[in-house]
Design a protein around this ligand. Structure first.
Ligand code: SF4
Length: 218
């Protein structure tokens, strides 16, 4: 049975692709781009979540979703688990699949060549703060968009160019049980600084943790 180091499951995510999407965040990133806001997903953890169990958990929400977005963390640092998750999603659900990776596309092509049809849209390459951020779904414009399927071209073409009416870049999620609020999405440059300043003005502090327990929220 294939296992996954899981950071979190989000639903609904509206800031990372069209519609209301299931977000699966992998735990662990070996790339560690300067300026990444997902420091909490960097730490490598033991793969303790069975992919089959995760897929069973998604069964309840996937019929309401327009697709799956996989990010993290670095999904391709756990290639067997990523493959099992995508295969399971394709077998069970209809929605489009968007995957993020900080690796250059050329590094991934041998693997992608035998994953034909599992990914509709892929965004590759590391975050670079020295490159402007004008395109949706990306932290910097060096990050390349790859559309592999007809469904991907149909659903994501408009997301591969600047959008005058930009969709929301962040979802605010509340985990009432844990008493935490967290963000999903790609902040625009300066968003986190502005958020920290506004929270500070209201007497709160914005903290970014590098390490946390794996959890799920849906
Ligand atoms: S932006 Fe993505 S690839 Fe880069 S450090 Fe953050 S999680 Fe890793």
């Amino acid at each position: 049975m294939t296992h996954l180091a899981l950071s979190r499951v989000h639903f609904p995510v509206t800031s990372l692709g069209p519609g209301r999407r299931v977000g699966v965040w992998f735990q662990g990133c070996s790339i560690r781009c300067p300026g990444c806001v997902s420091l909490d997903t960097w730490a490598m953890r033991a793969p303790e979540t069975a992919v089959a169990t995760l897929l069973d958990g998604l069964q309840a929400i996937a019929p309401e979703a327009d697709g799956l977005t996989v990010s993290g963390g670095e999904p391709f640092d756990q290639p067997e688990a990523l493959h099992a998750l995508l295969l399971g999603w394709r077998t069970r659900h209809q929605g489009t699949v968007l995957v993020y990776s900080g690796y250059p596309y050329e590094t991934l092509t041998p693997r992608l060549a035998v994953w034909n049809g599992l990914i509709d849209a892929l965004i590759t390459d590391p975050l670079r703060l020295d490159v402007p951020q004008t395109l949706p779904l990306r932290g910097s414009d060096n990050q390349r968009f790859h559309l592999f399927t007809e469904a991907g071209r149909s659903a994501f073409t408009n997301w591969d160019r600047p959008q005058p009416d930009a969709p929301p870049s962040l979802d605010v999620m509340v985990d009432a049980e844990a008493g935490t609020v967290y963000l999903a999405g790609i902040p625009r440059r300066g968003d986190m600084t502005r958020l920290a300043e506004r929270l500070a003005a209201a007497g709160h502090r914005l903290a970014v943790t590098e390490d946390k327990s794996a959890s799920a929220c849906w």
